[in-house]
Design a protein around this ligand. Sequence first.
Ligand code: GDP
Length: 409
Amino acid sequence: MNIGAVTVVLGLQRGDEGKGRFVDELASSHDIVARFNGGPNAGHTVVLPDNTELDLHLVPSGIAHPNVVNVIGNGCLIDPVKLLKEFSDIEAKGIKVTPSNLKISTSAHLILPSHIDGDKARESTGQAQGSTNSGIAQVSADKYSRSGITLAQALSNPEMLLEKSSQEYVDAVNKLTGFSIDTSLYVNQQLIDGKKILAEGAQAFLLDIDHGMYPFVTSSTTTIGGVCTGLGISPKYIDQVIGVIKATQSHVGGGPFVTEITDDNLLNSLRGKQTEVDGEFGTTTGRARRMGHLDLPQIKRAIMINGITHLAITKVDCIPRYGDHIQICTSYKDAGDIAPVSAEALNHSTPKYENLPSWTEDISVITNFDNLPENAKNYIKFIEEKLSTPIFRIGVGPNRDQVIKLTDI
Ligand code: GDP
């Protein structure tokens, strides 16, 4: 019998790389789409075939596919009230969310109102780190100090949950009863049955609690190890590891940004408008994103730590916004071509750039690599060569069909 396999999709920069669209595309060739980390602080935008947008936070991006089972793994952090609201937003777009197409781990920890209050209080002090105020830092602290509440605990002891939250939370948790199972057992049984699983990463490499630019990080593992701990699977099942990068590098929140752009005119041009689907404003917070030049040393580090086998690059259609040449950081003075890990070292890093000629043509209707302008082809080949990793997808617009497929995986 064929044993199943896990394909992983990870963001290699600072989040918002456009992971959701590739998960959405690959979901149709997988049986299960699973989230292994993060919580309502994440934001994925999936554009449906009729061009309506689906804003997802904790529900996996496979929800738009009728034959896919979605899993929220034990590594995720659940705000039951927000999750139910997400269900109703999805159902309002005509997509059903039921215990048949969504399974939630009983081992996932619950975010309570006190966690959100704690995040807000911290953010209003000198310790502000650009948190989304979703309670993630506080619930994670409780999890590791062994004073948190898992979904299993809340279901079996509603009185304790009521004491720590409100009737609204108790009611919300009750509504999750039918969805709640031992997802680690489920996922392993499915793998033994030969099923294919797509593991969808939230946030991104630089926000990883161990490998990111601490303390400007999230409170979970966003890198490859999180797939095993957050789903309860062995690394032997992990097959391909897809890294998503965005041509227009961006960041929400504080922390070092070696290739950051400070020129207001260029920033405005790069960000686009808040009303545009691909405008550079946070999906969860609405905050204007910090923007920069593509930072290959940082991506090289992400490729190394995660064992990336394939790259997908998005927003290549937005490159002309940089002007008549494209500045790409290929090394850091003193550090070489792999970025250092600490925020302190990054703060003292100076980028070294190479310039490539840009293009003016609108490439958002091109679906074949050969039809790209010569400078766009050279840009892709340059990145592929510098990163020594094949690029298998090129995003040329936010819609499902605005993509150049170079190879199958
Ligand atoms: P994720 O969190 O990594 O899934 O990223 P998001 O979905 O939050 O952010 C990516 C944004 O960029 C969304 O608004 C997408 O619709 C948009 N997007 C993704 N790929 C492309 C692309 O190739 N070109 C353009 N213009 N927009 C894209």
